[in-house]
Design a protein around this ligand. Structure first.
Ligand SMILES: C[S@@+](CC[C@H](N)C(=O)[O-])C[C@H]1O[C@@H](n2cnc3c(N)ncnc32)[C@H](O)[C@@H]1O
Length: 294
């Protein structure tokens, strides 16, 4: 809904007096809409009232003028009007999300399609109800690690545990035409991931399932996995270590993220216990992404 602003420009004392006067005249509730706009450098003080219903503007302007007359006499500064256009705040916040490069991938919002260059593996994701726009250090770490692993290996299938927006499952699928199982404990994330895959032209090859950990029939059907990626937090990752190793093919690769640098030894120890060895670490913004081998 667009807004209107009625305001008067005075000095600091005057603006304070006008706000007090408006407060008394309008009562408690509308006063919530009365504010002070200050440009201290230019010494401009504006007492304003915002309203959303244009039909109230004449009545409000009259009240405003009577407050000014009482304070400053008939020669008071004029009440001015500003029409404030509608702003799509969601679109505005998306504009702030710049495209992210990680490995050969470019993760971008729909507003940034023009940044895609020939040769980019472009993944389009708009910020929404699931984690994974590509901006977090853990997602970037996983994308870098996926790129590294798929340059060196040819896995026959993959699991993306905690898929969020589906960004990692899509990344795998863009580099390797293999079946991918993408799961999340959150049904909303699964719905978002499925929609994102379709938006990116991935209409087959990725199975989505809502599941906490490994509790879903889809795992039994698809396991063992040659590549498992899990960007969850350190504590759940440690709990998932036995289940994860049971679903990993012999010699398979595991990418783990969501781990703060200081937590990495505990996570590595939990995975050493189930027979995985550490191969590589990627650091980003205080987060680490680990590559392990079964
Ligand atoms: C940090 S986000 C990662 C999203 C995306 N994979 C990425 O890398 O940007 C973690 C996701 O894991 C999901 N999750 C957390 N615990 C889980 C569990 N035990 N089993 C499956 N998914 C889980 C959360 O709902 C969330 O969507």
């Amino acid at each position: 809904m667009s807004q209107l602003r009625l305001y008067v420009t005075t000095d600091e004392t005057g603006a304070g007096q006008v706000l007090d006067g408006l407060s008394a005249a309008l009562g408690e509730e509308p006063y919530a809409l009365a504010t002070m706009e200050i440009d201290e450098k230019a010494n401009i003080w504006e007492a304003s009232v915002y309203l959303e219903d244009a039909s109230e503007v004449a009545a409000l302007a009259e009240i405003f003028a009577s407050v000014l007359e009482r304070l400053f006499g008939s020669d008071h500064p004029p009440v001015e009007r500003e029409d404030i256009p509608d702003i799509d705040w969601i679109a505005k916040s998306l504009e702030g999300l710049k495209p992210v490069r990680a490995g050969r991938f470019l993760v971008h919002g729909s507003h940034d399609r023009h940044h895609v260059r020939p040769g980019d593996l472009a993944i389009e994701i708009d910020a929404g109800q699931a984690f994974g726009t590509g901006h977090h250090g853990t997602t970037i770490g996983c994308l870098e690690m996926i790129d590294t692993v798929l340059k060196a290996e040819r896995p026959q299938n993959a699991l993306d545990l905690g898929t969020g927006t589906g960004v990692l499952a899509m990344a795998v699928r863009m580099l390797a035409p293999i079946p991918v199982l993408a799961t999340d404990v959150d049904p909303v994330a699964v719905r978002v991931a499925r929609a994102n895959a379709r938006l990116n032209g991935i209409v087959s090859g990725v199975d989505f399932a809502t599941a906490p950990g490994f509790h879903h029939a889809a795992f039994a059907r698809a396991a063992p996995f040659d590549l498992i990626i899990a960007n969850i937090l350190a504590r759940p990752l440690m709990k998932l270590a036995p289940g994860l190793s049971q679903h990993l093919a012999l010699g398979g690769s595991v990418i783990l993220s969501g781990i703060l640098a200081e937590q990495r030894w505990k996570v590595l120890s939990a995975y050493n216990t189930v027979g995985l060895r550490h191969v590589r670490t990627y650091w980003r913004d205080g987060w680490v992404t680990l590559l392990l081998k079964g």
